[in-house]
Design a protein around this ligand. Sequence first.
Ligand SMILES: [Zn+2]
Length: 174
Amino acid sequence: MELARLRARCEEQIRRLRIQAPLDVAEVCRELAEQRNRPIHLLPLSSRPSNPSGLWVSAKSADYIFYEESAGTAHREHIILHELGHLLFGHSGVAQLDDLTARLLAPNLDPSVVRKLLCRGKYDDELEQEAELFATLVLVRTDYQVVRTAAPEVDDPHGVLAKLKAVLGGDEIG
Ligand SMILES: [Zn+2]
């Protein structure tokens, strides 16, 4: 797909989401979740440099976007917007949470298995370009004026997300 076409697709989403300055990414996610009738959870993650700075996980009844918590505000919004781009354009989630859940709940978690799951189905360059262009165009559109809102607490009755965060940011994975 040529760049002009990618750009048009991004612009269309930006219009549909009624993006305006100042940008409140958490609010954009809330509205989008309402439209899709499917929650989007934003979760901070402290990853190591070798790990991705953002990750979108599509689960059975919700979407989870992890972002590097040490990132500064504008970078943090860029990371979330990039992952949101993958979600909006229907790029398939890099990892299915249900697969992960099964493994995370297993008594002997093998980090290499989780790493394989996360690396499975890496996006091709065009999908990366589209997500990146979306993030950039949103920030340009809002003149880089971003409001930082606290991410809401997420129900995690089985501690799966906590374990996932530990694995993604953990020392076992290198
Ligand atoms: Zn990406």
